[in-house]
Ligand binder design. Structure first.
Ligand SMILES: [Zn+2]
Length: 278
């Protein structure tokens, strides 16, 4: 049963990756992703695949983690019996209220122990999601793995999560499904389904560029490492669209890549995204 659950989670990741590609306005064909989606879907028992399709029509996320004994999407408490069965993972479990497939986060995707920082002052624009301490103007990394490790560490050092190695592992797992690099040298490695908090991201720059598996074969230079709470998933797609729109412009990319200090980078990012991320 764990196998079917893992296939469902992978199916959802691929479907979501397709949405990400659409949101990032990529001109790359979606055919490869659609082929992978079809392949996994074909391996599922027909009744599970049908249920997944039905759910997908209503909700972008059909497979969701439990959070403190409740469905993390509809927020309603789930009977203890269902919680136990979800944990045991011997049979597929559904939320009795909204019908979504449930998984137990500790067994599938270990969450950071500490919740994302709450009680931050009310901010506007990009300041809601990031901070000067999360800007890395000169990445030391020279590989995809190192970029992810360096930015995960920055998020850990800034106090947003307790254990950055978990972020590291989950982000790499996501890259294996399909690269998060898009056109114009941008990449959006990310970790979804984090419990609590909203959305937080760190930004790293590498002027020389790194092979991040971009579909156009170009090197990636600007990396946004995004940590996304379950409740902020839909918002992530809007953020992604806003950032891609901002850095569609060669001038904007150059202005950011020219930054030498975290403070300068932060100021530039705030300025450039004023219109695209209100
Ligand atoms: Zn529910």
């Amino acid at each position: 049963m764990n196998n079917i659950l893992n296939q469902l989670i992978q199916l959802q990741e691929l479907t979501f990756a397709k949405e990400e590609q659409k949101a990032s306005n990529s001109k790359m064909p979606l055919a490869q992703l659609e082929k992978s989606i079809e392949k996994i879907r074909a391996q599922l028992p027909p009744e599970v695949a049908d249920r997944y399709d039905r759910l997908q029509k209503h909700y972008p996320l059909a497979v969701v983690p439990l959070a403190n004994g409740s469905c993390s999407r509809c927020g309603l408490a789930v009977p203890q019996q269902v919680v136990n069965a979800t944990k045991a993972a011997e049979q597929l479990q559904y939320c009795p209220h909204c019908g979504r497939f449930l998984f137990f986060p500790d067994t599938i995707a270990r969450q950071p122990k500490k919740k994302l920082e709450k009680n931050r002052p009310v901010e506007v624009g990009i300041a809601r999601f990031s901070a000067p301490t999360l800007m890395v103007p000169k990445l030391a990394a020279t590989t995809r793995e190192e970029v992810i490790a360096e930015l995960a560490k920055a998020i850990g050092a800034a106090g947003f999560v307790e254990d950055p190695s978990i972020l590291n592992e989950l982000a790499l797992r996501r890259e294996v499904i399909v690269s998060t690099a898009v056109e114009h040298g941008l990449a959006f490695p990310h970790v979804r389904d984090v419990e609590g908090g909203g959305l937080t991201f760190a930004v790293g720059l590498k002027e020389k560029g790194i092979d991040f598996g971009a579909p156009d074969g170009h090197l990636s230079k600007i990396f946004f490492f995004v940590v996304i709470a379950t409740a902020a998933t839909a918002f992530f797609l809007r953020l992604l669209a806003g950032l891609v729109r901002t850095f569609d412009s060669t001038d904007a990319r150059k202005e950011l890549l020219d930054c030498d200090t975290p403070e300068q980078m932060w100021k530039t990012l705030v300025k450039l995204t004023r219109e695209t991320i209100p």
